[in-house]
Design a binder for this molecule. Structure first.
Ligand code: PEP
Length: 258
């Protein structure tokens, strides 16, 4: 089954990089077009750098995306960004439900669900994040929490749409800490998520949807994650900020390189 799913590696730059830094990254990022056939690569810069990064990557087979959106096409929503604006900048993807937005900005499953629906309505594909905190993990609630985030956050999404989007399993305690989940633990939870998707959205969606692992991925551990049957790629924060380490991660995500 896994062989049918193309690996996908996404960079989440969070609130890092100015316009000129984004431009330098796009220029420095070494790239063989043949790699785009093996791995789908998505870069999600801050909104201010989207244009320059998109311009710098055009024609290379690399995609780009937003890190958030507001669930409305336009309106009086000071400080927010609309799906139309992301589309206008050539975005293919949008990260939704990231733990920093859930925990630092108080986003609820219901609000994230509105964003997911609006993303699809504007032909943006969500990279939808789920993951448990350390406390929830220690209480043995990993599966319960991830199931709830999945079922509530994706309520009302059709199986065919779910099959096209990307899920990222990102344990909160592994994000930006340097402590990654073990590939065995990540595989176990990701297999569970795939099973939930098959049960709720149909087997076809469960087999087709790509599920990433995220949390302290680096060039040194990418191959271990990619060797797991249910892990189809990674969502990378810190190690995506340097062109050379991100390139190494992309190379390590090719099928057969593990
Ligand atoms: C993230 O921000 O989604 C992430 C996985 O960060 P890091 O790779 O730095 O842990």
């Amino acid at each position: 089954m896994k062989k049918l799913r193309k690996p996908i590696v996404a960079a989440n730059w969070k609130m890092y990089k100015t316009v000129s830094e984004g431009k330098s990254f796009a220029a420095e990022f070494s790239w063989e077009t043949s790699l785009a056939r093996e791995v789908e690569v998505v870069i999600c810069p801050p909104f201010t750098a989207l244009q320059v990064v998109g311009d710098g990557l055009k024609g290379k087979g690399i995609k780009w995306g937003g890190q958030n959106l507001y669930p409305s096409a336009e309106g009086a929503f000071t400080g927010e960004i609309s799906p139309l604006m992301l589309k206008d900048l050539g975005c293919t993807y949008v990260i939704l439900g990231h733990s920093e937005r859930r925990h630092l900005l108080g986003e609820t499953d219901e609000f994230i669900n509105q964003k997911v629906k609006v993303a699809f309505a504007h032909e943006l594909l969500p990279i939808f994040c789920v993951g448990e905190t350390l406390e929830q993990r220690e209480d043995g609630k990993t599966e319960e929490v991830c199931r709830r985030q999945l079922e509530h956050g994706l309520a009302g999404v059709k199986g065919a749409d779910l099959a096209r989007m990307v899920i990222a399993y990102e344990p909160v305690w592994a994000i930006g800490t340097g402590v990654n989940a073990s590939p065995e633990d990540a595989e176990k939870t990701i297999a569970f998520l795939r099973q939930v998707i098959s049960e709720q959205w149909g087997q076809e969606a469960g087999e087709a949807v790509r599920i990433q692992y995220g949390g302290s991925v680096k060039p040194q551990n990418i191959k271990e994650f990619m060797s797991c049957a249910n892990i189809d790629g990674v969502l990378v924060g810190g190690a995506s900020l340097k062109a050379d380490s991100f390139y190494e991660i992309v190379r390590g995500a090719r099928r057969g390189s593990e």
